[in-house]
Design a protein around this ligand. Sequence first.
Ligand SMILES: [Zn+2]
Length: 336
Amino acid sequence: MALKDIRGQDTAIQMLKNCIINKHVSHAYLFQGPEGVGKKAVALAFAQALNCLDLQTDQSLPVLSWSEIDGCGCCLSCRKAQKGNHPDIHVIEPEKYTIKIEQIRKLRGSVFYKCYEGLYKVIIIDGAHYMTIEAANSLLKVLEEPPENTVFILVSSEPGKLPDTIISRCQQIQFQPLSTHIIEELLKDNRPEQGGDLALAAGLAGGSLAKARELLEGGEILIQRQETLEFIQKVWERSWSEIILWCEKWDKEKQKVKNILEILGFWYRDLLVYRTTGREEILINQDYLADIKRCTLSLTKINNALLLINKSIKQLEYNVSPRLTLEVFFMNLKIN
Ligand SMILES: [Zn+2]
């Protein structure tokens, strides 16, 4: 995939093209942004462009135009990059949510050799926040004295977990959540037959193509959504024991409780949007339009629910028990 084929990350791509056009390629980048928005795809396409034999990013060339800054896709280097067997492009990935020091050491051994074929040795560390402290320290030593013509690209959805000493040595490139429209278009390319589900998955994915694909594949989450939305609409009439019983179902199910809270987040967002703008076409839960229109909750209650949802998601991240998180959420929702 070339840079021109990547959708929805124009700012990040422009910044990288700028580095090539100004001949200021940094020795380390940190690609940060939500999961599943194209960070790794851009890293691979950038590595391909840096090594493209047609583009020839060396100092002797005249200034190129914006559109020319990309891998050609045809030269030997580009073809190898696309097949994933370019000897100067390395990708390191976590194994069981960990990047170990051995993986970084092995890399340190190879970066000091000259490029085999290309102009730049590019090392992509996907999920960089999974590095152990030892691995991060080992990488830091390389970043402190970067070998020539070597570009490190750290890819991370949780850059806050990386040591400051590493972050400060990287040029940071921010990636944005994808728009619902772009996600829907990208999904359509692969599954034109799924029609209405695509729009719904795109809306619920929170800007992540990976999440949208997961939603469509699993199907389970769509069932969970239906159950959650039916439950929340009657929550005011339900007794405490009914609520507690429902929360019990999700005991120790961290991911499912996170899904429930996200589903509720989109629900209240829709209520707020409809109440304040009256615009139906920008609602996510299109299949619940009648229920959204019928809802008579006050704006204060809707706003309060949204605040509680954010707080609950944070609690889950701090490892509060999923069931307790849900119970406290409903308790606060009902009494406020
Ligand atoms: Zn090429």
